[in-house]
Design a protein around this ligand. Structure first.
Ligand code: BGC
Length: 265
């Protein structure tokens, strides 16, 4: 069985690096036309586009800060112009600004909530409007698919990261409430909760001594790779997952199994 996104249009926010980048490449390899959104690193987004085109696929890099309403409207308009519609939104863009609470500035709190949570709201809202307008484009069984990038910290508390954990906890309820709201329109909304995946966002935590310590939290015994998440994102966007909506799937090597309880408690 082969997973195909043939002729579908996918928009991946934060597609220039890490998990988003891997999803762009996987989707393009499955036949989708991909909009690679980036905020500040045009060179990296261009490189993803180049790689996709070199492999015979279609892609376009579009700048947009997902926490800006005007930017998001422009991003979706450019997607329409370039590819004539939209089938899949992967609301992936996210960031960390870590600090213990007494040292966390209001700006650090807001910046993370604005990008990680409000950004998903703005993009999902724009996608739902388009999906409604388009109806079924004859390319997939659903009338549109939204994937919300969450984290194991949707459920695992994370001291020193209250802004990030609050944003991901929020994504869990945002995703499920939206899934309930649009299911009758045959728009599928699901979440992906990665654990420790080797990406630029957590370079310090996954390398060297810190990386060894991190392994104690991962029963499966290895740090995740971006393709572990991209494979799941491919399945969840495809017709193979057509009956799936309102679910968060953990891809974390067992991190959310609370391994500290293995021989304790
Ligand atoms: C964070 C990473 C972290 C992982 C596991 C992710 O959501 O972005 O920095 O390593 O969760 O704690």
């Amino acid at each position: 069985m082969q997973i195909s996104l043939n002729d579908q249009v996918a928009l991946v926010t934060g597609g220039d690096s890490g998990i988003g980048r891997a999803i762009c490449i996987a989707y393009a390899a499955a036949g989708a036309k991909v909009v690679v959104n980036y905020n500040s690193s045009q060179d990296k987004a261009d490189e993803v586009v180049r790689q996709i085109k070199e492999a015979g696929g279609q892609a376009l890099a579009v700048q947009c800060n997902v926490s800006s309403e005007d930017d998001v409207e422009r991003l979706f308009a450019q997607t329409d112009q370039a590819f004539g519609g939209l089938d899949i939104l992967v609301a992936n863009a996210g960031m960390q600004k870590d600090a213990r609470i007494a040292d966390m500035s209001l700006d650090e709190w807001k910046a993370v909530l604005d990008v990680n949570l409000t950004g998903q709201f703005l993009c999902a809202r724009a996608a739902v409007k388009r999906f409604r307008r388009q109806g079924n484009r004859g390319r997939m069984r659903a009338n549109g698919v939204i994937l919300c990038m969450s984290s194991v910290h949707e459920t695992i508390p994370w001291a020193g990261h209250v802004n990030y954990a609050a944003s991901k906890g929020g994504i869990g309820m945002f995703m499920r409430s939206l899934a309930q709201e649009v299911a009758q329109e045959r728009i599928r909304v699901n979440g992906i909760a990665p654990g420790a995946i080797r990406t630029p966002i957590n370079e310090d935590a996954t390398e060297g001594e810190a990386g060894k310590k991190l392994l104690e939290l991962i029963p499966y015994g290895r740090i995740g790779e971006v393709d572990d998440v991209a494979s799941l994102a491919l399945f969840m966007a495809s017709d193979l997952a057509d009956y799936m909506t309102g679910a968060t799937v953990y891809v974390d090597g067992g991190m959310a199994l609370y391994p500290g309880f293995e021989d304790n408690g």
